[in-house]
Design a protein around this ligand. Structure first.
Ligand code: IPE
Ligand code: IPE
Ligand code: MG
Length: 258
C-alpha cells in the first residue's frame, strides 16, 4: 500500500495550503511553571517543538515558515534567562545542521545582529552559509526581531536612497517598502499562529501580515506538535479570504442578472 500524501491526510487540496506560515512561539515559561521547573526548561523543551514543526512543514511541502524566537523587547527579561536563551540558540544552530541539510531546508535570519553575542552570530553565519543553496522549505528565524524597528530601518534606507538621488519620493510604493524590510524576498505570511492563547501580535511582522489569517491556539509552545499545526492548517483552509472584495458567493448573487 502506498503511503498517503500527507496533505491528502488532512483532507484538503494542496492549493488550500498556506504558502507561508508564521508562528509566535509563546508559553514556554507557563509550561515550565505548571511543572514547577525553571523557565529555561520550558525554552529547552520548546526547541523540540521547533524541530517537529520544521520537519512537518517540510513534509507537507509548505514553502515558507517564520518562527518568532526572540524579540528586541525580550532583552528586558532577567539576565539569566536571556543568557540561557542565547546559549540555547547557539546550541540549536549547531545541533540541527544535519536535520536542516537532510530536509533541504534553507534558513534565513530575520532581525537585527546588534547585541547578539558573538557565539550566536558565529553559529548563525555557519548555518546560513551551509544551507543557502537548499531548495526546500525556507525557515526565517526571527531572532532579535521587532517589527517597528524593521520598519524604521526600511524608512531610513529609503530616505538615504532619496537623498542620494537614486529614488524619487513618488517612486516609493508598497513594493519598495516591502523590498526594504529585513524580510525582503519572502512573500507575506498567509497564516499566523500564536500558541499559549494571547490575543496579541507583540510587534511581529506588522507590515507583512496585513491580510494574513490569524489562529490563536491555547497549547503552550513546548506541547505544540504536528497535530496542532494540522488543526490550524485545516482551519485556514476553511476560511474565506476576501482581501477587501465581497467574496465568491456574494459576487455570484450580486452579478447575476435580474
Ligand atoms: C516564548 O515563551 C519564548 C520567548 C519569548 C523567548 P515565553 O517565555 O514568553 O513564555 P510565557 O509567555 O512566559 O509563558
Ligand atoms: C512574543 O512573545 C515574542 C516571542 C515569541 C519571541 P512574548 O512572550 O515576548 O510576548 P508578550 O510580552 O507576552 O507580548
Ligand atoms: Mg510569552
Amino acid at each position: 500500500m502506498t503511503p498517503l500524501d500527507p496533505v491528502e491526510e488532512l483532507g484538503i487540496e494542496r492549493e488550500a495550503l498556506p504558502r507561508h506560515i508564521a508562528i509566535v512561539m509563546d508559553g514556554n515559561g507557563r509550561w515550565a511553571r505548571q511543572r514547577g521547573l525553571p523557565r529555561l526548561d520550558g525554552h529547552r523543551e520548546g526547541a523540540k517543538s521547533v524541530r517537529a514543526t520544521v520537519t512537518h512543514c517540510a513534509r507537507l511541502g509548505i514553502e515558507y515558515l517564520t518562527l518568532y524566537a526572540f524579540s528586541l523587547e525580550n532583552w528586558k527579561r532577567p539576565k539569566m534567562e536571556v543568557a540561557g536563551l542565547m546559549a540555547l540558540y547557539a546550541e540549536y544552530l549547531i545541533k540541527e545542521r544535519d536535520e536542516i541539510m537532510e530536509n533541504g531546508i534553507r534558513v534565513l535570519h530575520l532581525g537585527s545582529r546588534e547585541r547578539l553575542p558573538d557565539a550566536v552570530l558565529r553559529e548563525l553565519d555557519v548555518t546560513l552559509e551551509m544551507c543557502k543553496d537548499n531548495k526546500g522549505l525556507t525557515v526565517s528565524l526571527a531572532l532579535n526581531y521587532a517589527s517597528r524597528a524593521e520598519i524604521v530601518e526600511a524608512v531610513r534606507c529609503l530616505a538615504r536612497r532619496v537623498q542620494a538621488g537614486e529614488l524619487q519620493p513618488d517612486e516609493i510604493d508598497e513594493a519598495a517598502v516591502s523590498n526594504s524590510l529585513w524580510s525582503a524576498g519572502v512573500p507575506d505570511p498567509d497564516l499566523v499562529i500564536r500558541t499559549a492563547g494571547e490575543m496579541r501580535l507583540s510587534n511581529f511582522l506588522l507590515w507583512q501580515i496585513s491580510y494574513a489569517e490569524l489562529c490563536v491556539v491555547p497549547t503552550f509552545w513546548p506541547d505544540f506538535r504536528p497535530e496542532h499545526l494540522n488543526g490550524a492548517i485545516i482551519e485556514f483552509a476553511k476560511r474565506e479570504r476576501r482581501f477587501g472584495d465581497v467574496g465568491p458567493v456574494a459576487a455570484q448573487v450580486t452579478d447575476s442578472p435580474g
